[in-house]
Ligand binder design. Structure first.
Ligand code: ZN
Length: 49
């Protein structure tokens, strides 16, 4: 399940991104990754978005 928009998918699509924050793993769908690519690459916590 996407940690940002709540989208669900079977298994873990390769287009999804895994982010480790506060010791936990968060997953973001391809749509959210595209929308927040810069923030993700800057390794900002999703709470900052
Ligand atoms: Zn999403």
């Amino acid at each position: 399940m996407c940690s940002r928009c709540g989208a669900t998918a079977d298994g873990l699509p390769v287009t999804w991104t895994c982010s480790v924050e506060n010791g936990g793993r968060l997953y973001f769908c391809d749509d959210c990754v595209r929308a927040h690519l810069r923030a993700i690459e800057s390794r900002l916590d999703s709470s900052w978005w």
